[in-house]
Design a protein around this ligand. Structure first.
Ligand SMILES: Nc1nc2c(ncn2[C@@H]2O[C@H](COP(=O)(O)OP(=O)(O)O)[C@@H](O)[C@H]2O)c(=O)[nH]1
Ligand SMILES: [Mg+2]
Length: 236
């Protein structure tokens, strides 16, 4: 980031910064993101119990959100590959934590989608417990990305996860999805609602990313932000 102060939005007690349009990554940061996400991204493990999780080896970023929020599409857009989301969408894997090694520098962890009205109650309890154990106990977890549909904002179904993240003191960052589906005015209303909601959450990261997997908006900036969390590239 440059040495100029970020242009924040004082919409609530918490000042949030929105990427884009408030900020854009520096060219060097964007290049670091591009290089990282050009690396191969390989499926490592699908875990439906804590024992099945791979040992922590790399810095991790978890992707969470309601079913249908656009998680698979965003993962595809970031990695430029279908393979990753195809694994996560395989029947039996949608209720697991799926671990992907990105270039031996960052582990991407796809958490099961929640808020699906028809999910059986015991399934929901199992998912909640597994997610809680992961979030609380994972020493390598650097950040959680909480995906929110730009049209809908934060919903009651998102609250339990945010409460878990606060409790586990895992920094979480909002990523708006499907930004192509709404006009600028509606987007700023969504952002105002999110800023107010984030003020109640101690673990909330103040930078929000606005993305569209369909149009590619915000993807380079999100790659750059994730590259800043990755293990350093080995010198060649
Ligand atoms: N217009 C638009 N639609 C999207 C975008 N991302 C996802 N979708 C659509 O939203 C639906 C759910 O997306 P998916 O990635 O499968 O969501 P998931 O359940 O969270 O993995 C699909 O119909 C996608 O085509 C986007 O950026 N723009
Ligand atoms: Mg999916």
């Amino acid at each position: 980031m440059g040495d100029h102060a970020p242009r924040g939005r004082g919409l609530a007690e918490k000042t949030i910064v929105v990427y884009p349009p408030d900020q854009a990554p520096e060219p060097a940061e964007e290049e670091a993101g591009r290089l990282l996400f050009a690396k191969s991204c390989d499926f490592v493990a699908g875990a439906s119990t804590p024992e099945a999780m791979p040992p922590p080896s790399l810095p991790e970023v978890a992707f969470a959100g309601r079913s249908n929020v656009g998680k698979s599409s965003l993962l595809n857009a970031l990695t430029g590959r279908n393979a990753l989301a195809r694994v996560s969408n395989t029947p039996g894997r949608t209720r697991q934590l799926n671990f992907f090694d990105l270039g031996h520098r960052l582990m991407l962890v796809d958490l099961p989608g929640y808020g699906y009205a028809e999910a059986p109650k015991h399934e929901v309890q199992r998912w909640t417990e597994l997610t809680r154990l992961y979030l609380k106990g994972r020493s390598s977890l650097r950040r959680a990305l909480l995906l929110i549909d730009a049209r809908h904002g934060i919903k009651p179904a998102d609250e339990p996860l945010m409460a878990m993240l606060d409790e586990a003191a895992v920094s979480f960052q909002i990523v708006l999805t499907k930004a192509d589906k709404l006009a600028a005015k509606a987007l700023s209303e969504t952002l105002a609602g999110i800023a107010a909601a984030l003020a109640r959450h101690t673990a909330a990261h103040p930078v929000i990313h606005v993305t569209s997997a369909a149009e590619g908006t915000g993807i380079a900036a999100l790659r750059a932000a994730l590259a800043a969390l990755a293990a350093p590239a080995p010198h060649c």
